[in-house]
Write a protein that binds this ligand. Structure first.
Ligand code: ASP
Length: 576
């Protein structure tokens, strides 16, 4: 392979095949960097040694495929390239063949900032780049470790269908029309949730699968519509066993793939604590800068905005800001839904408090909220959720600005005790925070319907560096409890039967207690590779608009296909 030649091979006659990474013509001598997935070796084509090869050399362009035979020779001391693994040697070419040519390239492989749609249009070229080769190798290595880990622990790989029925995980379904049963549709699974529960009821006891899940939702840098999960379920679950299994799996992956030791067991934090301290359910705990609460201190405040707000919370930032800087921060806060951003700061030298609101605050308030010299307190006063959202976001923004993040650190933690339900203002009803099969916490089992907004679930997430890598829960295995949860979600009995009758029937035929978890393989690779773009750890992703610029999918189908399916298209993208 092109990455293999070393000094110990000097004198050996070898054949290398690969792509032209670069060609340099030194008047007479031609140098070609030949590349395959293992690395690069320099070929030297000398007209005296190989006249036929030298004749061909003029035609060579980047990304041609060559086969070259010759002798591995040591480079002279001045020409050794310490940056190349093969840099102590080169191949003195005797015979050269152009195996395959390339049309002019739409972009060069070493070009930075190539438009992503162009890269995806020519993904086969893009994938030749070192970074993407590395990302996909890392991913394969990780998946290999996962499979071994799960199998060693007695989990059975069971494949579940793609053409199935709605499995709600909070997104829209992708649907597939049935030709044999006109007017009916399959839904692609948003996760194999109900199916894996059925494997438990079927007695398999420990299930895993590397499963593809389909969620029709808006795309972001860290969200795709077709995601891969490690999906896990076990019967008679013990949370400690499950947590330890995950922790040891992550430790092995991080050790083997990137040579990092992860400390276990991981810290655990309730949802309530994460929200209170970090303003999010996926806290980045590589740095502090925690949210503080001034609600009590500002009751009856002379500053009306504080006095009238449900919550007054703030961040204590170790620097002072100019007016323009504060205005920029306020803009960020407003983007996330704040009405404004109040501040109190104390000049580092003069010790003077600077703040447009100070004059409205009482002595007692000022004392309780006093910033230290050189410090600024940034306040948001609003409903609790808005203060969390805005300050949680500002916290991340400021941590980058202040350089608080240790980029080499991986801080894993479990977030537990999630709420069961959330209120949908628009729909005017409760929906499941996780999915409707999630078990209420033991002490909420009999009374979740009394206070749905407070009820807690036996659910947990894995967070690292502010990324949610996965989550799971213990499940409802009692048909009557499941029906009560469906009731609360405002599903009529007829809807329950139509959508999940099979599950209710199965739960009624000897269902063991069960629970599990699912981890996002794409996102795990992204964090492992330190890669900010999820699409760069996926071989053939769609673009930000959910299209595949390479194949043109999704594309139109023929009238004949539509007729066969009994489908009429009433509006197309162009028309709407
Ligand atoms: N099905 C869930 C999800 O995809 C994970 C689980 O509850 O196991 O998020």
């Amino acid at each position: 392979m092109c990455g293999e030649p070393r000094p110990e091979h000097v004198g050996r006659i070898v054949t290398l095949a690969g792509w032209v990474d670069r060609r340099r013509d030194h008047g007479g001598l031609v140098f070609v960097d030949l590349r395959d997935r293992t690395g690069i070796t320099q070929l030297v084509i000398n007209p005296e040694r190989a006249p036929a090869a030298a004749d061909l050399a003029g035609e060579i362009r980047n990304e041609f495929v060559l086969r070259a035979s010759g002798e591995v020779v040591a480079r002279s001391e001045e020409t050794v390239n310490p940056r190349m693994e093969t840099g102590a040697v080169e191949l003195a070419v005797d015979a050269l063949e152009i195996v395959s040519r390339s049309t002019p390239l739409p972009f060069q492989l070493d070009e930075e900032n190539v438009d992503e749609t162009l890269r995806l249009r020519y993904r086969w070229l893009d994938l030749r780049r070192e970074k993407l080769q590395r990302n996909l190798r890392l991913r394969a290595q990780m998946v290999g470790i996962i499979r071994r880990h799960m199998e060693d622990a007695g989990f059975l790989d069971i494949q579940t269908p793609i053409l199935y029925k709605s499995t709600p995980e909070g997104a829209r379904d992708f649907v597939v029309p049935s030709r044999l049963h006109k007017g009916r549709f399959f839904a692609l699974p948003q996760s194999p949730q109900t199916l894996k529960q059925l494997t438990m009821i079927a007695g398999f006891d420990r299930y895993y699968q590397i499963a593809i899940c389909f969620r029709d939702e808006d795309l972001r840098a860290d969200r795709v519509q077709e995601l891969t999960q490690l999906d896990v379920e076990l019967s008679f679950p013990d949370q400690e066993v499950l947590f330890a299994l995950m922790e040891s799996m992550f430790s092995t992956i991080w050790r083997d793939c990137v040579d990092v030791e992860i400390e276990t067991p991981w810290p655990r934090m309730t949802y309530e604590e994460a929200d209170r301290r970090f303003g999010t359910d996926k806290p980045d705990t590589r740095f502090a800068l925690e949210l503080e609460d001034a609600t009590d201190a500002t009751r009856g405040s002379g500053f009306g905005v504080f006095a009238g707000a449900d919550a007054v919370r703030f961040l204590r930032v170790p620097r002072t800001y100019s007016r323009a800087e504060i205005a920029a921060l306020e803009e960020l806060a407003k983007e996330r839904g704040a009405k404004g951003l109040a501040y109190l700061s104390r000049d580092a030298e003069t010790g003077e408090v600077r703040s447009p609101i100070a004059k409205f605050l009482s002595e007692a308030e000022l004392e309780a909220l006093a910033p230290a010299a050189g410090e600024t307190l940034l306040f948001v006063a609003d409903g609790w959720e808005i203060t969390s959202r805005v300050l949680g976001h500002l916290r991340l923004h400021l941590s980058r600005e202040l350089g608080l993040i240790d980029e080499d650190a991986f801080t894993f933690l479990w977030v537990t005790d999630f709420p069961m339900f959330e209120w949908g203002e628009e729909e005017g009803r409760w929906s499941a925070k996780h999915h409707p099969f999630t078990r209420p916490a033991d002490d909420w089992k009999d009374r979740f319907a009394d206070e749905p907004g407070k009820a807690l679930a036996h659910a947990y997430d894995i967070i690292v560096n502010g990324n949610e890598l996965g989550g799971g829960s213990f499940r409802i295995h009692e048909p009557d409890l499941q029906a009560r949860v469906f009731d609360l979600l405002a599903m009529t009995e007829a809807e329950q039967r139509a959508q999940f009758g099979f599950l209710l029937d199965a739960l009624a035929m000897g269902a063991p207690p069960h629970g599990g978890i699912a981890l996002g393989i794409d996102r795990m690779t992204m964090v492992l590779a330190g890669e900010p773009n999820l699409r760069d750890v996926i071989a053939f992703p769609k673009n930000q608009a959910g299209l595949d610029p390479m194949s043109g999918a999704p594309s139109k189908v023929t009238q004949e296909q539509l007729d066969e399916l009994g489908i009429a298209v009433v509006a197309t993208e162009e028309e709407s």
